[in-house]
Design a protein around this ligand. Sequence first.
Ligand SMILES: Cc1ncc(COP(=O)(O)O)c(C=O)c1O
Length: 399
Amino acid sequence: MTDQDSASTDTTTAEEDAAKRLAALPLRDELRGQHPYGAPQLNVKAMLNVNETTYDVPEDVVDAITKEVRRASATLNRYPDREFTLLRQKLAEYLNRDLVSDGASADLTADHIWAGNGSNEVMQHILQAFAGPGRTVMSFPPTYSMYPLYARGIYSEYIAGTRSPDFTQDPQDVADQIRQHRPHVVILCSPNNPTGTALGLDVVEAAYEAARESQTMVIVDEAYGEFRQPGTPSALQMLPGRPRLIVTRTMSKAFALAGGRLGYLAAAPEVTDALRLVRLPYHLSAVTQATACAALDHSETLMANVEKIKLQRDRIVTELRRLGLTPAPSDANFVFFGGLVDKKAAWEHLLADGILIRDVGIEGHLRVTAGTEEETTAFLESLRRHLQTQRAGAQNHKG
Ligand SMILES: Cc1ncc(COP(=O)(O)O)c(C=O)c1O
């Protein structure tokens, strides 16, 4: 037995023991046999698997955050501002600038804003308030794989809608599916994870209209909104007059603040009042509020990297096409691509070169985060080598 064999046997035994101890607990039935959500966190040179910003936080932003966190530290003996008032004001101002860049009017105030520890928590608040036992949550796979897990966590039934074979969504089809299922909450993901493509506002409009009769809450998850292509508007401009529409965003992606854990949403003020009913007291720590406020004060510095990432994203799409693969159009900081004969072999080849990307469980497809120019080059070159070897192997086999 090699050292590696004995190490893996030890791990298996440890895992089996842990599984037995877990099984002995009076766990909820639907959680039995389930695995926690989470992508690998490996120490490799290019971590391109969870759509983070791979640039470090710029020095001046680090300094500003440190200063604000230090200030907040002096009053950590007290509970934080439960209403995170300053943060909500800054988020409203930030979104208003986004609305203006779309040529829309900037009408958001702090009353329209809610925030949580990541947009995952924000989403959980929404579902706790509007779904729950005996109610249903619908989204359209392939999409963000946490949606069914949120539903499970709050005892709601999950309804998997469908998409066109090219993974796009047609307004009429989305409307028909909502009319058929009459879910309590429907989640549209735009730009969609893992496919990367944004929805036109016609799809959001059609979904909202179809949802009127069933009084369905419509969420548009814009976690990657800042990366959208020019001319692709945000659903934020649709909020006025639509009290059941919610647009969620996060500081984890464009703001390079995944570790800060700050997600937020814009909606009618009565929606944020509903969320106050389900949030835990003081859910946003003073440190989180200080960190997010400081980052928002430096949004322009942080957005400079967004432009650089968009360039690499577009470069990946162009180069993958040249390699004979089929990347989906991307409005996000990642690219979903198909045309792989053996996605597992491609993923393993990249990992052996120190490049970690994401297998989202779709045949022939993988997803890669757009990183720095250097990381992108390393990814493209490694993949090119893999395809060359593989195609040469196929030729030899034929010959
Ligand atoms: C579509 C989508 N929504 C929400 C999230 C959650 O992000 P966070 O909780 O970091 O804000 C992610 C994370 O990858 C995502 O891809």
